[in-house]
Write a new protein. Structure first.
Ligand code: FAD
Length: 460
């Protein structure tokens, strides 16, 4: 494993949060020979990753639905012995539908398909071709993602490609997200190549040179759902590492180690805070009378999202559901953010003869709709699904999950939040903060955040 063992007499490291970020940090530290205690108020590990089986054969994902299998994810799946449960997305899932003019249209999945597609105008296609020759220009300041993207590809691609994509990932608004923080790879690509298309080509070549398969990483889950990953990670840790149903509200450094209110008789060498912004904002940090506050992180916008998992007899839905799902651009004024075709994406998520869909509602676009009760949401959703997918009867299975604060929005002011975090770490040496509040929101980014936090905590 290449890690040097530390003497076991050293104080353990405390990790707050047993979501994917905290568990990934714990795994790295244990592999480096350190003792670790992971605290979480929840009864099970995994944070927002929640997979539940419901009779007679529904598999509901309330939080994330799929995972990009980057090389780090592939290694972890192998190390945890999860290969036999690994479930790649079905081939049909390469189709993605976009709502345009009230109709579902297939999003082209390759450059030739884009040029042939009737989804975009000739003017936009020419504009995209021209982007390939865009020279490098200095860019001194961050700007809204929408402006950045429009500069490269024009307004039609912004409205019917980026906007729905951003809804699918951030439940966000590209005119309010920061180009530099929300899509750092695009930002870096422009800086190095001028053209995002040339940057993409260079990235594909570099991948090929490393012997990695071409194209984006595969999309995967597990036969019992995504929760298998955090559960396996947690099970790989030494017994007693996890302290569930235990929230930490206050922590403070002392000459003989960090003291946590949840474990007052114990001392810890370092503390890792793998928590979302609202939980960080509530913490009491440092000695009473000289508290360091992360309260301003509560201002970081996290729009509400409601996930409605709906089950239908196959014959009640006319659409072939031959894809990953559909996304609704804001220009279409649909009440839905998008719909995942769960039972196509990962077979085995619905009883025989049935299909499962997950409808996403709310986000920055319609936060009030996300907050409404199921009785108000369902008629709106049923009406939309009747028109869009030909689902003319009510669903036979309904499961609703409301996320009051779903996903952090890396907006134009994001630097100020990063400064608050960095300043707190400076004031309280030995405290390390990471996860989606700072390191990116996807699950692979959480694994990298865990590795970064562990490395920081091992640093003398
Ligand atoms: C609805 C939704 C859909 C998503 N879809 C996808 C997707 O399809 N693919 C993808 O890659 N990503 C997706 N994401 C993003 C991804 O799931 C998250 O970014 C990731 O799971 C966050 O993991 P985490 O460990 O950093 O935080 P969390 O999962 O939020 O875990 C933090 C943990 O900290 C605990 N905690 C809180 N307060 C305290 C305290 N005081 N002391 C100790 N512990 C505390 C909580 O109980 C929780 O278990 C989605 C997110 C949401 C909300």
């Amino acid at each position: 494993m290449g890690h040097k063992s530390e003497p076991s007499t050293r104080l353990p490291i405390a990790i707050l949060g047993a979501g994917l970020t905290g568990l990934a940090a714990a795994r790295q530290l244990v592999r480096a020979g350190r003792r670790v205690t992971v605290f979480d108020p929840a009864p099970i590990p995994g944070g927002v990753i929640r997979s539940e089986r419901h009779e007679p054969g529904w598999l509901v994902e309330s939080g994330p639905n799929s995972l990009q299998e980057t090389p780090a994810v592939a290694d972890l799946v192998r190390e945890l012995g999860l290969e036999h449960h690994r479930q790649p997305a079905a081939p049909a899932a390469k189709n993605r539908y976009i709502l345009r003019g009230g109709l579902l249209r297939r999003l082209p999945s390759s450059p030739p398909a884009f040029l042939r597609s009737g989804l975009f105008s000739t003017r936009t296609k020419l504009r995209v071709l021209r982007e390939f020759f865009r020279p490098r220009r200095p860019r001194l300041q961050d700007l809204p993602l929408a402006d950045f993207f429009c500069e490269h590809f024009g307004p039609e691609l912004l409205a019917y490609a980026l906007d729905p994509f951003v809804s699918g990932i951030y439940a966000g608004d590209p005119s309010r997200l920061s180009a530099r923080h929300a899509f750092p790879s695009l930002w870096k690509g422009e800086k190095e190549y001028g053209s995002l298309l040339r940057a993409q080509l260079a990235a594909s070549r570099a991948k090929r040179a490393r012997g990695e398969p071409p194209g984006p990483p595969p999309i995967i889950s597990f036969t019992d759902g995504l929760a298998e990953l955090p559960l396996a990670l947690a099970a790989s840790l030494p017994r007693g590492t996890l302290r569930l149903e235990t929230a930490v509200n206050q922590l403070s450094p002392s000459p003989d180690g960090w003291i946590l209110d949840a474990a007052p008789s114990e001392r810890f060498d370092r503390v890792i805070l793998a928590l979302p912004a609202p939980a960080l904002a509530r913490l009491g940090l440092g000695p009473p009378g000289a508290r360091t506050s992360l309260a301003s992180l509560n201002l970081l916008e996290h729009p509400p999202v409601t996930a409605l998992f709906l089950g239908y007899p196959r014959t009640d839905v006319e659409h072939p559901l031959d894809g990953f799902g559909m996304l609704c651009p804001s220009a279409e004024k649909s009440p839905l953010l998008g719909v995942l075709f769960n039972s196509t994406l990962f077979p085995g998520r619905a009883p025989a003869g049935h299909v499962a869909l997950t409808v996403m509602l709310g986000g920055v676009r319609q936060p009030d709709l996300a907050r409404q009760p199921l009785d108000s949401q369902l008629p709106i959703v049923e009406k939309a699904l009747a028109t869009l997918l030909g689902a003319r009867r009510p669903p036979v299975f309904v499961h609703r999950t409301h996320w009051p604060r779903a996903i952090p929005q890396y907006q134009m002011a994001h630097d100020s939040y990063l400064e608050v975090i960095a300043a707190a770490e400076k004031r309280l040496p030995g405290m390390h903060i990471g996860g989606p509040v700072r390191d990116g929101i996807g699950l692979p980014a959480c694994l990298s955040a865990g590795a970064r936090l562990a490395a920081a905590a091992l640093n003398p």
